[in-house]
Design a protein around this ligand. Structure first.
Ligand code: ATP
Ligand code: MG
Length: 329
């Protein structure tokens, strides 16, 4: 059976972009593939972060994923730092990872733009990501579009390592991205990608009131200055979101009322808020239950880490054996 691996950083609240672009897909795929999902806390410390809340954010992320439908009986769900083999394989991969390509990664360039001093961890981020995936020899990776470039680099690292240490066997697979039609959800600013770190998100577990408060000022087609100005739905992020939350009749109605200025943007947003609140209600209810049982969540993560580690240990040993390390040969 093909194996899938994917990760999410505990850098903030799980949002609808993460859900539409990746997590909802994980929930479906866990029935079709041997699935491994990881809360990548080692990645989350590559930018300045709040030390005192990292552990709580990690558990909250687990709660969000479990509430969204990740089933720890079917999939392995664990926290990256609980499996030290990730960092060790990363080190081995630094010896074959091409520096020039690391420096050319869009995410690296974006994240370092405002930094005075660039930590090497940010540069090595995609090497750790390659280790995350290849430690489980996963051949498919369900992610959003922003990760496609990193995955290309993962394939490059696998190829280079295989050429050096496993020329006849291609020990590491060259994993492919699995994208959804919602692979790049825009933030409420209507411009940048929705990102935990940009504060332009709607959280998956947000209250109905908070969803409305966030949607109300959200960007729409700039041509609709007053209620009477007609708009172009295809240019409006609110219309884009309707397509993921509203039934087809509503989507057509929204397009029509926008083009003809039949209603104002606020009416359109109210419809979206209602559809979103309805869609997310069961996830929110499950999260409320899980928050009451943090010990059960921690136990599920511990069991996930055990299962992940038994695979990780084997792969790392084989990688070290092929690299000729004392104790592994
Ligand atoms: P950060 O701002 O800390 O990088 P993020 O919101 O980008 O957070 P990640 O943890 O980096 O979230 O990514 C988790 C998964 O969600 C990845 O598969 C990523 O491709 C996907 N993803 C992130 N943002 C979006 C988005 N706006 N649309 C679709 N998928 C997304
Ligand atoms: Mg990100």
């Amino acid at each position: 059976m093909d194996r899938i691996f994917s990760g999410i950083q505990p850098t903030g609240d799980l949002h609808i972009g993460n859900w539409l672009g990746a997590v909802r897909n994980w929930v479906t795929l866990q029935d079709q593939f041997a699935s491994i999902f990881c809360i990548v806390d080692l990645h989350a410390v590559t930018l300045p972060y709040e030390v005192s809340s990292l552990a709580a954010r990690t558990r909250d992320m687990a709660i969000g994923l479990l509430a969204a439908g990740i089933d720890p009986e079917r999939a392995i769900l664990f926290v990256q730092s609980a499996v030290p083999e990730h960092a060790e394989l990363e080190w081995l991969f630094t010896t074959v990872a091409p520096l020039g390509e690391l420096e050319r990664m869009t995410q690296f360039k974006d994240k370092t733009e405002k930094l005075e001093s660039v930590p090497a961890g940010l540069l090595c981020y995609p090497i750790l990501q390659a280790a995350d995936i290849l430690l489980y020899r996963a051949n498919k990776v369900p992610v959003g579009e922003d990760q496609v470039q990193h995955l290309e680099l993962t394939r490059e690292i696998a190829r280079r390592w295989n050429t050096a240490y496993a020329p006849e066997a291609a020990y590491f697979p060259e994993p492919q991205a699995l994208l959804t039609p919602a692979s790049r959800i825009k933030g409420l600013d209507g411009k940048a990608k929705m990102s935990k770190s940009l504060g332009n998100t709607i959280g998956l577990l947000e209250s109905p009131e908070a969803i409305w408060e966030k949607l109300r000022p959200a960007a729409t087609d700039p041509a609709r200055v007053t209620r009477k100005d007609p708009g172009t739905p295809e240019l409006c992020n609110i219309y884009a979101l309707h397509q993921y939350f509203s039934p087809p009749e509503t989507v057509s109605e929204v397009a029509d009322k926008c083009r003809t200025a039949g209603w104002g943007c606020l009416d359109c947003k109210r419809r979206l808020a209602d559809a979103m609140i309805g869609t997310l209600a069961p996830i929110r209810a499950r999260a409320t239950e899980l928050k009451r049982a943090p010990d059960a969540v921690d136990a599920a993560l511990a069991q996930g880490a055990e299962r992940a580690r038994s695979i990780a240990r084997e792969t790392l040993h084989e990688a070290k054996r092929r690299m000729g390390f004392f104790g592994a040969v």
